[in-house]
Ligand binder design. Structure first.
Ligand code: AMP
Length: 361
C-alpha cells in the first residue's frame, strides 16, 4: 500500500519509519528541496496548491494523510476528489483555526479559557474589557511553537497589538494560571475503535516543547479521555489526534488540538507497545489498532538547532537517539531522544544526563 503524505518533515519521516515494516511505501509532497522525509520515500517537490503535483500524488497513492495542519483547505478538497484523505477536510478545517477549535470545545462542554474573535484593534479593546488582563492574543491560523501570539499583561501591551500580529484574524484568550501542561494522544480507526495513550506532562521553553514525560495512572486520565472522545466522535475522526490541556484547579482546560501525530507522542516509539506513528497508519489504512500501553517509564527531550554529539547521546543508558538529518538552524527541531527506564527515579537521572548535553538556547 502506498501512502501520500502532505509535508515531508520529521513527522513524515517517522511515519515512514513505522509504516515500512508494515509493507507500506511513501510519497511526500513538500516544496523544500531538503525535506528530511525524502530519505524514506519519494519526494514530490512542489507547492501544496500545485494541482499538477497534487493530481500526480493522488494517482500514485492509495490514500493521503498529512503531517501538519496548515495545509490549505483547497488542497485537501482537491485531493479528496480523487483519493481518500484522512483525517477529513472538516477535521482539518476546525483544527487549523483557533476560533473554530475553541468554539467546538465550548459546544461540546469542554472547559477552555474565555475567548473572543478579534478582527480589529477595536475588537481587541472590547475583548480585553470583557475578558480582562493578563490575556493571550493569538493568530487564528498558522501559529505554532509559540509563534503568532503575544501575552498582554498590562494596558500598554494592548495598544497596537493587533497590528503587531500582522492585522490578521486573531483570538483573545484569558491567561490560564496553569499548574502544568499535559497532552493526550488518541487514535481512532475507521470503525470507531478508539484508544488513548497515557497523559503526558509537557514542559515548554519559550513556547517550544522541551520535555515530555509519560504519566502512570494520572488522576485526570479518565477526564481527558472523556473530553478527547467527544471531539473524536463529533469530527468522525480517523487517525491520531493530539489534545493539549492546561492543568488548573485540579481539572483541565482545553488549549488546542493537532489533527496529526504530535511531538508529545514521540516517546511512544520506544515507550509504548505500538507507537503513535504506527497507530496513525493502522487507523487510516483500516487495520486493527495496536496497544497504546506504556512499556516502562518514558520521556522525550527535543534537540533544537543541532543534535548533540551522537557518541555522547548514545553513551547514556536507556537512551534512544532520533536524528532527523536536518541542517543546523537556530531553534529548529532537528532531533529528539527518548528515554525508557525501569523506574521513575532512573528516568529522572537520565533526563538530567541528556539535559547536560543540550546547549542553553
Ligand atoms: P499554543 O501555541 O497555543 O500551544 O501556546 C504555546 C504555549 O503558550 C502553551 O504551551 C502555553 O505554555 C502558553 N499559553 C498558550 N495559551 C495560553 C493561555 N491562554 N494561558 C496561559 N498560557 C498560555
Amino acid at each position: 500500500m502506498k501512502i501520500g503524505v502532505i509535508g515531508g518533515g520529521q513527522l513524515g519521516r517517522m511515519l515512514a519509519l513505522a509504516g515500512t515494516p508494515l509493507g507500506m511505501s511513501f510519497a511526500f509532497l513538500d516544496p523544500a528541496p531538503d525535506a528530511c522525509a525524502q530519505a524514506l520515500g519519494e519526494h514530490l517537490r512542489g507547492d501544496y496548491n500545485d494541482h499538477e503535483h497534487l493530481r500526480r500524488l493522488a494517482d500514485d497513492v492509495d490514500l493521503v494523510t498529512f503531517e501538519f495542519e496548515s495545509v490549505p483547505a483547497e488542497t485537501v478538497a482537491f485531493l479528496s476528489q480523487f483519493v481518500p484523505v484522512y483525517p477529513s477536510a472538516e477535521a482539518l478545517r476546525i483544527a487549523r483555526d483557533r476560533w473554530f477549535e475553541k468554539s467546538l470545545f465550548k459546544d461540546l462542554g469542554i472547559p477552555t479559557p474565555d475567548f473572543a474573535d478579534i478582527q480589529s484593534q477595536a475588537d481587541l479593546d472590547a475583548a480585553v474589557a470583557a475578558i480582562g488582563l493578563p490575556a493571550v492574543l493569538k493568530t487564528r491560523t498558522l501559529g505554532y511553537d509559540g509563534k503568532g501570539q503575544k501575552v498582554l499583561r498590562q494596558a500598554e501591551d494592548v495598544v497596537g497589538a493587533f497590528a503587531e500580529l500582522g492585522s490578521v484574524p486573531c483570538i483573545l484568550e484569558g491567561f490560564v494560571p496553569f499548574t502544568g501542561e499535559v497532552s493526550l494522544v488518541a487514535v481512532r480507526g475507521r470503525d470507531d475503535e478508539t484508544r488513548f495513550y497515557p497523559l503526558v506532562h509537557n514542559r515548554h521553553d519559550s513556547g517550544v516543547l522541551a520535555l515530555s514525560i509519560a504519566s502512570t495512572a494520572h488522576p485526570l486520565q479518565a477526564l481527558a479521555e472523556d473530553y478527547v472522545g467527544r471531539v473524536l466522535k463529533q469530527l468522525d475522526y480517523v487517525g491520531v489526534l493530539a489534545f493539549e490541556f492546561f492543568e488548573v484547579d485540579g481539572g483541565l482546560k482545553a488549549n488546542e488540538i493537532a489533527p496529526r501525530v504530535h511531538n508529545s507522542g514521540h516517546w511512544t516509539i520506544e515507550g509504548a507497545e505500538c507507537s503513535q506513528f504506527e497507530n496513525h497508519l493502522r487507523a487510516v489504512t483500516g487495520l486493527p489498532l495496536g496497544s497504546t500501553a506504556k512499556v516502562g517509564e518514558s520521556a522525550m527531550l527535543n534537540f533544537l538547532g543541532e543534535v548533540p554529539e551522537v557518541g555522547k547521546v548514545t553513551a547514556i543508558a536507556d537512551c534512544h537517539l532520533h536524528h532527523y538529518g536536518k541542517a543546523f538552524k537556530a531553534g529548529r527541531k532537528v532531533g529528539h531522544a527518548t528515554l525508557r527506564c525501569a523506574d521513575m527515579a532512573t528516568l529522572k537521572a537520565r533526563i538530567a544526563e541528556v539535559e547536560a548535553l543540550i546547549e542553553p538556547a
